[in-house]
Design a protein around this ligand. Sequence first.
Ligand SMILES: Nc1ncnc2c1ncn2[C@@H]1O[C@H](COP(=O)(O)OP(=O)(O)OP(=O)(O)O)[C@@H](O)[C@H]1O
Ligand SMILES: Cc1ncsc1CCO
Ligand SMILES: [Mg+2]
Length: 320
Amino acid sequence: MNEETKTFKEEQQQTLSWPFKAWTLLSLIRTQTSLIQCITNFVSMDLMANTLLSSGASPAMIHSLQEIPDFTPNIKSLCINIGTLTPDWLPSMKSAAMVATQLGIPWVLDPVAVSASEYRMKACLELVGLKPSVIRGNASEICALGCGSKGADKVLFITSKFCTHIKGSTVYMELTIRNVQTDVSYGVRGQGVDSSHESMDAVEAAKSLARASGAIVAVSGAVDIVTDGQQVVGAHNGVAMMQRITATGCAVTALIATFVAVDPLHPLEATVSALSIFGVAGEMAMDMAKGPASLRMHLIDCLYGLDQTSVLSRVNITSI
Ligand SMILES: Nc1ncnc2c1ncn2[C@@H]1O[C@H](COP(=O)(O)OP(=O)(O)OP(=O)(O)O)[C@@H](O)[C@H]1O
Ligand SMILES: Cc1ncsc1CCO
Ligand SMILES: [Mg+2]
């Protein structure tokens, strides 16, 4: 249904149904123990794996290029995070992304610090060209990738030619990237992993990136924004101190991959549910925390222990 034609009553009904959707997906994750491959940065590995385990999923931090042909076809979804990107890891990321896309396995991209360098931006655009189901970043990252449609233009400039043959367990790949302009400024430079923008400032950039890439785009922050390029929804959960723990963003990106694994046909709903559920766990954890370190511990415990009553009363998702 067209968003503009929705009546107030329909809007209200949808808002009321989000908590049930989030609870249903969390329950599926707990019963299905989905295998999730995470190719991620060194900082986030521990928190990411523990977040997925406490949600009920089975994380595997497997990144060797040699293992991808055997392993990746068996996963339920893939999370790729460029946080500590080096040239020797990028082929693994591309190979896993290509296998996932080829086999219809959903995958999620976290464009950590995408505007830190030309190298990182180009690598990230190549990954965007390999058709992620979801892209989740903080506001500065999504602005850099999609802002003023400058970044989005570059996504469109990418022409990717795939030639992937799966013979037994061997995947041969050939990837041609053309026209990625390296002589044009991508905007703000030297931005690190933390955001200097509010999530609401990145709504237009997120919509433009979603339209250019075909992915669902999520922007984390005080309100987590999720869009398919048309519809925009927000999850109003979480606490500000979650930003004071490194890799909570990375962890929630992997949680999105886990939610998409159990509902691959509805990636927008799965994404906003994951963000809200992680936020709810953060809110409950904050009641017991003395600071970032104890918040981190309680966050994992609260995600593990989340019950139906807490989810139904706390999940707060609305149209934006
Ligand atoms: N002001 C805030 N209020 C409530 N929750 C917040 C706030 N800021 C961030 N969060 C939550 O913290 C988590 C991490 O989001 P953040 O935007 O800090 O990611 P990030 O910058 O990618 O983090 P990292 O790179 O360290 O992994 C998300 O679940 C988000 O909803
Ligand atoms: C601090 C840091 N540096 C590279 S990745 C990372 C984790 C948060 O994104
Ligand atoms: Mg991040």
